[in-house]
Design a protein around this ligand. Structure first.
Ligand code: ADP
Length: 620
């Protein structure tokens, strides 16, 4: 009894253990992996954009570098072509006609005024030039001169870098500038420090006219106007020309851009020109990489945020919202090199697709892990359970054999020692012994038949016989013993014969299994009823008891091999869990069946049906 309870407990414990191992080793790691994969996939668009940003950023750096080279080249070009004396005007006119970049050539006397263009005979564009520039050239108006923040703060930036990254400042000025530029671009702290310092010093930092970083992974509201990386300072013309021999001065007047080239001459004159912006735009176009690719459009925006050259079939939704952009040069203030995505939605749709497929794969994998784990768990559990049942089976069988054997021995000894002189009682003892022998035979047969059943080698000796008689004989053989054990045994038989074609021994074995259970699983009310009825083409043998009954949920398993109901009342009784399995097999083999029903108010009813032998009633 203790062993049975122990089995139940250890069975449950085993199930919990397996579930625990399964959850810890498979479900939790699987879930974590899936969640990591899904989280990673959620940032797919940001990842794709970052990749593109890196590629385009390299292109932009290249373009900005190209434009800067071009501006230097323009300056050298003009340095070498500018006429040495322009007083007569012919040399300037020749320069104007021969150098495409020259828009309005001028000659300025540093102490006075413009000698050229000649105020008396000016063209439209010359008048415009003079209107815009006379006050400035004569130091009556200042001009905004731009300096790159990274140049201005080169030391601050590089010291900050050296502090955080324990690095040496590069020796070459150009390399240091490049390093400071990239440091300023990526490090928000450095930016904030520099900008606040500039503000403290009263410097003016203009806003850029584009908001770069138009990404699908960032919400539109998250963008705020961006500060320029060039700081402006007002200077007079005389201050500018004092420090160099030639140069370029950018001016923005009423949103109009003008680039002025100047060169000092020995006699106190300054010769130069305003640069033809269309020519400049053309030269810049030539310095840029291919503008339109299937993925992006690269262009240069002028001071008002419009592209300097039209002519491409591509137009973005908003010029002021490029994917990325970079300011070009202090000589082209507010000009930006900008990249636009040809199909911005493609990134999010590609990211969505990637996320979707990853989530699907993760979900499918997780389902596979889950189901295969469950299948594995269930089969492992049933294998282990079966193995345990098989080991306890042998012990159970020997225990079950002991009860009838002890009973037989007691009565045999009583008879042998002739301690019971009453012949009626002697007869009863013999009856009990016979019925115990029948139970013993049934038990041994159960074990043997189970082995044969598994191999599929069980053979039946079928005979045509009266089932009522067969039942009566079996029940009456058991009656003496049952009544001796204080059972009330009721029987109801239909008027026979009810002819069946069966192996009588096998059917007896099946009936005895059920009858024995009614006896074994009895409660305080020891009552058993056996009835035989028929309804062509079947007869039904009903065996009822008022014992402990079977829980509805468990009742569907009682015909399974080795199954024993999992409760303390059953655990009190010895059993192998084979009786009903064999009974059902025997009935199956005879074209019959066995069913369980709950008895009200308590106990069980087993209904056994067998086909009547057709020949016995065909003629009726
Ligand atoms: P066992 O050798 O354990 O009796 P069986 O195959 O005959 O094996 O029965 C399987 C299980 O069904 C039993 O262990 C018991 O729990 C339950 N059972 C069978 N018959 C009865 C009954 N008449 N009353 C209550 N429980 C029963």
């Amino acid at each position: 009894m203790k062993r049975n309870r122990g089995n139940l407990k250890s069975g449950k414990l085993l199930m919990w253990k397996l579930c625990g191992i399964y959850t810890l080793a498979i479900v939790i790691p699987g879930l974590i992996l899936c969640l990591i994969a899904i989280r990673a996939a959620k940032h797919e668009d940001a990842f794709l954009e970052k990749q593109l940003e890196t590629t385009f950023s390299a292109e932009l750096t290249q373009s900005v570098y190209g434009v800067e080279l071009l501006l230097n080249q323009i300056r050298t070009e003009l340095d070498s072509t500018v006429p040495q004396n322009g007083e007569s005007g012919d040399a300037l006119a020749l320069w104007d006609s021969s150098a495409a970049l020259v828009d309005v050539p001028f000659l300025f006397k540093r102490t006075g005024s413009f000698l050229r263009p000649d105020v008396k005979r000016v063209s439209e564009k010359e008048r415009e030039f003079l209107t815009f520039n006379t006050d400035f050239f004569m130091d009556r108006k200042m001009v905004e001169v731009y300096r790159s923040i990274t140049e201005e703060y080169l030391d601050t930036i590089l010291t900050a870098r050296a502090k955080t990254q324990s690095m040496q400042k590069p020796d070459r000025k150009e390399a240091a500038r490049k390093l400071a530029e990239s440091e300023f671009e990526i490090d928000k702290d450095v930016q904030n420090r520099v900008y606040s310092d500039l503000k403290k010093r009263g410097k003016l930092i203009p806003y850029r006219n584009v908001v770069s970083g138009n990404k699908s992974s960032v919400k539109v509201e998250a963008y705020s106007p961006q500060l320029s990386t060039y700081v402006s300072e007002s200077m007079r013309f005389s201050q500018i020309v004092a420090v160099a021999s030639s140069g370029l001065i950018p001016r923005i007047i009423d949103e109009q851009f003008m680039l002025i080239y100047w060169k000092k001459r020995a006699n106190g004159y300054i010769t130069g020109c305003s640069i033809d912006i269309d020519q400049l735009a053309q030269r810049i176009t030539g310095a840029l990489p291919q503008m339109l690719t299937p993925v992006r459009f690269l262009t240069v925006l002028e001071q008002s945020g419009r592209p300097v050259f039209s002519g491409s079939s591509f137009t973005p939704k908003d010029w002021s919202r490029p994917f990325i952009a970079r300011e070009i040069s202090r000589l082209l203030p507010r000009w930006e090199a900008a990249v636009y995505l040809v199909n911005p939605e493609e990134i999010s749709s590609r990211a969505r697709m990637a996320t979707l497929s990853l989530v699907t794969v993760a979900a499918v994998l997780f389902m596979i892990i889950l189901t295969s784990g469950i299948v594995l768990l269930v089969s492992m559990y049933s294998e282990i359970r079966l193995a345990r049942q098989k080991t306890t089976f042998v012990t159970n069988v020997s225990h079950e054999l002991k009860t009838p054997l002890t009973s037989i021995r007691i009565f045999a000894e009583l008879l042998k020692e002739r301690r019971q002189p009453d012949p009626v009682k002697q007869e009863r003892y013999l009856g009990i012994m016979l019925s115990e022998i029948e139970r013993l035979t049934r038990l041994i047969n159960n074990v043997l038949d189970f082995a044969r059943m598994n191999k599929g080698t069980r053979k039946y000796n079928k005979k045509v016989c009266d089932c009522v008689e067969l039942c009566r004989e079996l029940v009456e053989n058991q009656r003496v013993r049952l009544e001796h054990n204080r059972f009330v045994l009721e029987t109801v038989y239909e008027q026979g014969p009810l002819v069946v074609n069966v192996d009588p021994e096998a059917i007896k074995q099946a009936l005895l299994n059920v009858l024995s259970n009614a006896e074994k699983y009895s409660s305080s009310e020891k009552w058993i009823k056996v009835s035989v009825t028929s309804r062509r083409p079947y007869l039904t043998i009903t065996i009822e008891d008022r014992g402990i009954g079977i829980d509805q949920a468990q009742s569907e398993f009682i015909f399974k091999e080795f199954f024993r109901v999992d409760d303390s009342l059953t655990a009190r009784v010895q059993g192998t869990g084979l009786g009903l399995t064999i009974t059902r097999q025997i009935l199956d083999d005879h074209g019959g069946e066995i069913r369980y029903q709950r008895n009200e108010p308590s106990g069980s009813i087993f209904l056994i049906t067998l086909p009547l032998y057709m020949e016995s009633y065909r003629g009726e």
